[in-house]
Design a protein around this ligand. Structure first.
Ligand code: SF4
Ligand code: SF4
Length: 455
């Protein structure tokens, strides 16, 4: 087995040639929007709080004007399931467009490669210098490149952590050397991962580490859009001599290898569809430019489906895509309904098990309850607690005031005045009602009232 075939073969660095075509333009526009959202969101405040803020200390997640509590975890699980179905639908129709155009791994790698090109020169000269002794000037350029990469990685790490630690406080504490060790740890982890991912590992993450690349092939079918080489047009390949073009008069591959030189994963799309291809479209742009320069149609490498390449009709609407879309619409509608009708009160009333009941001298029965309430709304509220079941009275004050996001645990005693001759069973259902004083929310809580077994 040759060294290159070995599992332990040394990785050859890929230096993709930079080109500016339609696919890359869309990636730059989309990437700019996504990066702006990521970097600027922590700076935007809403009602005195960051727009998106995961408060781990209070275990509250704030997204715009909504607050999620640990009890709302099922919303997250539900959202993840919807996202998975959206990804299935998207992949079935449009293949790995996510990987090539919106995946943070791809966008950060493109930013790092752009910086590398600006500092160390174009891809072919970097490729030539691979393995050679560096001059002092080249060494300084490398150092400068790594410093800029680290600054971007640090900005990424800080921004990640600022979703959990408001950015202004974070920077203030960092400047005054008051940052807690946990924050330092996580900023270092994210900085290191970004630097390694986008600076060193690059395509290795897509090829060997990303699980999506592994299972996306099961979602592909003959109608899925993907970057593909059309061997029907491209083969047999021609030499680059002018006479060849004049003889054939059609698009054929001139074997210029530009499609391979621009590929960030280092593959040759002319060998057929491959799991390493992230559908970035750079080879489409490159080959399109070549064909344009020699006056041939741009149909050698395109975003296409296998059916269209075979000359058959391609369909977007097919059983698989309809099934995914149906599930997605139903789940999203239910999710939105639940989200919009979410109660602003989280409360529970639990019977105290250590003291089942107590009889008073006057003959009434007392039961004791632990009451927990959280104000999940964005404003202060006054709540009243009452009992809707007959023959029960609350002994304590029934009004509670809570600030936004505040949680309270308290105790209630409920009295049941037995009338003469009233038969009681072991226990009876008792319904409590918690209401916001302004009528904005209410909740009913069911518990049990326990009697002595015989009177
Ligand atoms: S860029 Fe087009 S013409 Fe050049 S090698 Fe690739 S497929 Fe052939
Ligand atoms: S083969 Fe083309 S689309 Fe696939 S990763 Fe390489 S350049 Fe991008």
């Amino acid at each position: 087995m040759s060294e290159s075939d070995s599992f332990y073969a040394k990785r050859k660095a890929i230096h993709p040639k930079q080109i500016w075509g339609n696919s890359h333009k869309w990636r730059v526009y989309g990437g700019t929007v996504l990066c702006s959202l990521f970097f600027f969101t922590p700076w935007i405040t809403w009602s005195g709080r960051p727009l998106v803020y995961f408060d781990l200390t209070l275990r509250q997640f704030h997204i715009i004007n909504m607050t999620f509590w640990p009890q709302d975890f099922f919303f997250l699980a539900w959202f993840m399931i919807i996202a998975a179905f959206a990804l299935f639908l998207f992949t079935t129709i449009a293949g790995r467009l996510w990987c090539g155009f919106t995946c943070p791994q791809t966008i950060w790698t493109f930013i790092f490669v752009f910086i590398e090109e600006k500092i160390e020169g174009p891809a072919n000269s970097r490729r030539k210098r691979e393995g050679q002794k560096l001059t002092n000037q080249e060494k300084s350029k490398k150092v400068l490149k790594h410093i800029i990469w680290l600054i971007i990685a640090l900005a990424t790490g800080l921004t990640f952590v600022s979703f959990f630690y408001p950015i202004r406080e974070l920077l203030h504490d960092a400047i005054n050397l008051q940052m807690p060790l946990t924050a330092v740890f996580w900023i270092s982890v994210f900085t290191y991962l970004t630097y390694m991912d986008a600076g060193w590992l690059r395509e290795q993450v897509c090829i060997h580490m990303c699980p999506y690349a592994r299972f996306q092939s099961v979602m592909y079918d003959e109608d899925t859009l993907a970057v593909a080489y059309n061997p029907g047009c491209g083969e047999p390949r021609l030499s680059k001599s002018k006479s060849d073009f004049e003889e054939t008069g059609q698009s054929q591959c001139i074997d210029c290898t530009l499609c391979v030189q621009v590929c960030p994963t280092g593959i040759d799309i002319r060998d057929g569809m491959q799991v390493d291809c992230i559908n970035c479209g750079l080879c489409v742009d490159a080959c399109g430019d070549v064909m344009e320069s020699i006056g041939r149609p741009k149909n050698l490498i395109t975003f296409n489906t296998l059916n269209r390449l075979k000359g058959l009709k391609s369909r977007i609407i097919r059983p698989k895509s309809v099934a995914y879309l149906t599930v997605l619409v139903i789940m999203s509608s239910l999710f939105l309904y639940q989200l919009l009708n979410r109660s602003d009160i989280e409360a529970s009333m639990t019977h105290n098990r250590d003291r089942m009941f107590q009889m008073t001298k006057s003959g009434s029965i007392l039961n004791y309850y632990t009451f927990k309430i959280a104000n999940k709304s964005q404003s202060e509220h006054r709540y009243t607690v009452s009992i809707t079941s007959d023959n029960f009275t609350l002994r304590e004050s029934k009004t509670i005031s809570l600030n936004k996001g505040q949680f309270l645990e308290t105790f209630f005693t409920v009295e049941s005045q037995l009338t003469d001759g009233q038969e009681t069973h072991g226990s009876q259902i008792i319904i409590f009602e918690v209401k916001a004083a302004d009528g904005s929310s209410h909740k009913q809580l069911e518990s049990r009232f326990i009697y002595p077994s015989r009177r």
